[in-house]
Design a protein around this ligand. Structure first.
Ligand SMILES: [Zn+2]
Length: 313
């Protein structure tokens, strides 16, 4: 069961696009005189008479499709704002996205190295951890890298530059402070760390973790708290819509959102950043999703669309 009401409604410009498309369809169908009469103020139709249609359709939560994108150029020139709506190819040109695949498939061979403590501003924590796995042994680190690569393909197709913290190309880590630094160094417009949880059986669903306001030592998240929440809300909203997964039933009170001050990857970030725990690897029902490649593709799509929404708003 999805709790869509906790997420931001589709943005108005999409409704405006629907309005334009609807008007065009009406004209093509030979009903143009109705529209013209309305525009001239004739027939007693109030100026806002055509507005209920788009608001009704906006409520269905449909994702933007290719058809929306095709018409974007001319429609945007009419409305004069919010170019890039409808996710046309190239809408993320000039944008940089940092993707952090959580953990590392080889961390378990480097227990001593990843146990080294690093400073995350308000405390010292392990450099990195091995992550969890399903009962059948599918590692969280394999999951995070797979979803990250799928999301990279989608975002690159949209024109974004995508930077990874690790791509299965190093023996362990990187440490959590380095993972944050990678996004900062790339001047990422948005950053996301991909994970899956290891909780009790029966605990199900995804949640997005937002940075708390932390100002301690090298950590100062005051500038990223607000934009990170916007990013997180959009990712959560699109994740629900695309995967059909419900927000976590054990964290976040049904909102799919959590706020934490104990994650180095968030504390040390100077760019908008969130974590997503895509599901609970220890729950058999969630694990069935997490181990399914088709579901992971949808997860990557939900994440990518949330990022795209954030970057084109
Ligand atoms: Zn993790």
């Amino acid at each position: 069961m999805s709790n869509g009401s906790t997420f931001p409604p589709p943005r108005r410009p999409r409704g405006a696009i629907v309005l334009v498309v609807l008007a065009a369809v009406l004209v093509a169908a030979g009903a143009g005189y109705l529209v013209l009469r309305s525009l001239r103020g004739g027939g007693g139709a109030p100026p806002g008479a055509a507005h209920p249609a788009p608001s009704a359709s906006a409520g269905d939560g449909n994702r933007p499709d290719k058809k929306d994108g095709k018409g974007d150029g001319s429609q945007d020139s009419g409305s004069g704002a919010h170019s890039g709506k409808g996710n046309p190819h190239g809408s993320l040109k000039g944008k940089t996205v940092l993707i952090d695949p959580g953990h590392n498939t080889r961390n378990h061979n480097h227990v001593r190295e990843i146990a080294r403590l690093v400073n995350i501003g308000n405390e010292r924590k392990e450099c990195d951890t091995t992550g969890t796995s399903t009962d059948a042994g599918y590692a969280e680190a394999s999951f995070t890298l797979d979803v990250a690569r799928r999301a990279r393909t989608i975002l690159q197709h949209q024109g974004a530059k995508v930077v990874f913290t690790q791509d299965g190309d190093r023996p362990f880590g990187p440490c959590v402070d380095e993972r944050a630094a990678a996004g900062n160094k790339a001047h990422a417009d948005a950053a996301i760390s991909i994970h899956a949880d290891g909780s009790a059986v029966g605990n199900r669903g995804f949640h997005v973790i937002l940075p708390a306001r932390v100002t301690a030592g090298a950590a100062d998240t005051s500038a990223i708290v607000a934009p990170s929440r916007q990013l997180g809300e959009r990712v959560a909203g699109r994740f629900v819509a695309v995967t059909g997964s419900a927000p976590s039933n054990y964290i976040g009170g049904g909102t799919g959102l959590d706020v934490r001050s104990d994650l180095g990857g968030l504390n040390l970030s100077t760019v908008p950043k969130v974590f997503i725990e895509c599901g609970n690897m220890r729950d058999p029902k969630d694990a069935a999703h997490l181990t399914d490649a088709a579901w992971r593709q949808n997860a990557a799509r939900g994440i990518s669309e949330g990022i795209t929404d954030f970057l084109t708003s």
